[in-house]
Write a protein that binds this ligand. Structure first.
Ligand code: NCD
Length: 314
């Protein structure tokens, strides 16, 4: 695979063949986890290696998921989940220098930061692979990888599916990264957002240039019947100038059982989580709801990624 031994900073690094080959590795990782849970068998694939998680923005799933992944592989973890307040960032250390420093100690760095492009700055300084766990409203490649894996597993394919993305498509790094991967599969895209939070035009233009059909609307009820995959997202409160601005969009879309009655019987619902109010908890029992399964898939996806950057064959 092309991305072996490299930083993982952007979904642009992956083509269709990489992705399909990668999904096969993830399947093997699911087995590794199963053996650990059922038979208490500890993998030694990353024995002796250390993963550092440097988080300059809040996280629940992504950080725990990477740390669980490394522990499942028999490696160890060092972590700072509050880098902005408790690291040398407070003394104006640059990301480049932090990369230089941490890579003297850890074998791989996973970082999240509020600034677009920040992971590249750290990668420039680092002598070990850096993995982007979210750079502001830019990208979230590992989340998109686990989303595509979940689609592939549920539908048995990605080619030609109709993908709905609903919510804050302007600020959401997850839909941005999802588009960048899904463009390889000839999907049809239905973007549902308030007018002020539309998918950036560079992204819709790129999808069209790849031959994908793109539909944009504000009305979910009108288009949900056409979707094979319903990707809900949160209005990204932290990207708005103030509460008043956020208030204009809060609660724009709610997926409840009534709305799900309009959806295809074999569609699936994804959400990177956390959710605010955009998926009502009554939908959790619908077999089409895959957002907690996504979390489980995320660990296997990150195990596969960690092995890939080390060039470890599974
Ligand atoms: C997402 C993120 O941080 O971009 N969460 C996650 O990593 N699972 C989505 C979000 O915060 O809305």
């Amino acid at each position: 695979m092309k991305f072996k031994h490299q930083h993982i900073l952007s979904t642009k690094q992956f083509d269709k063949n990489d992705l399909l080959a990668f999904f096969e590795v993830v399947k093997k990782m699911e087995k590794v986890v199963e053996e650990a849970v059922k038979e208490g068998k500890q993998s030694k694939l990353c024995e002796g290696k250390i993963l550092a998680t440097l988080f300059y923005e809040p996280s629940t799933r992504t950080r725990f998921s990477f740390e669980t992944a490394m522990l499942r592989l028999g490696g160890r973890v060092i972590s700072n989940f509050d880098m902005l307040k408790t690291s040398s960032a407070t003394k104006m250390e640059t990301l480049y220098d932090t990369g230089k420093v941490i890579s003297q100690m850890a074998n791989v760095i996973v970082m999240r930061h509020p600034e677009v492009g920040s992971t590249e700055k750290m990668a420039k300084g680092s002598n070990v692979p850096v993995i982007n766990a979210g750079d502001g409203s830019g990208e979230h490649p590992t989340q998109a990888l686990l989303d595509l894996y979940t689609i592939w597993k549920s539908h048995g394919r990605i080619d030609g599916l109709t993908i709905g993305m609903i919510g804050d498509l302007k600020n959401g790094r997850v839909p941005h990264s999802q588009c960048s991967l899904l463009k390889h599969f000839g999907c049809k895209f239905i973007f549902v957002s308030p007018v002020g939070l539309k998918m950036p035009s560079e992204i819709t233009a790129e999808l069209r240039a790849c031959g994908c059909e793109v539909v944009e609307t504000e009305d979910l009820a009108e288009v949900i019947h056409d979707m094979d995959v319903i990707c809900m997202t949160r209005i990204q409160k932290e990207r708005f100038a103030n509460d008043e601005e956020y208030g204009k969009y809060a609660g724009s879309y709610v997926l409840d059982c009534e709305m799900m009655n309009l959806a295809k019987k074999d569609s699936i619902v994804l959400h990177p989580l956390p959710r605010v109010d955009e998926i009502s908890s009554e939908v959790d029992d619908d077999p089409r709801a895959k957002y907690f399964e996504q979390v489980k898939n995320g660990v296997a996806v990150r195990m596969a990624l960690i092995c890939e950057v080390f060039g470890i064959k599974v």
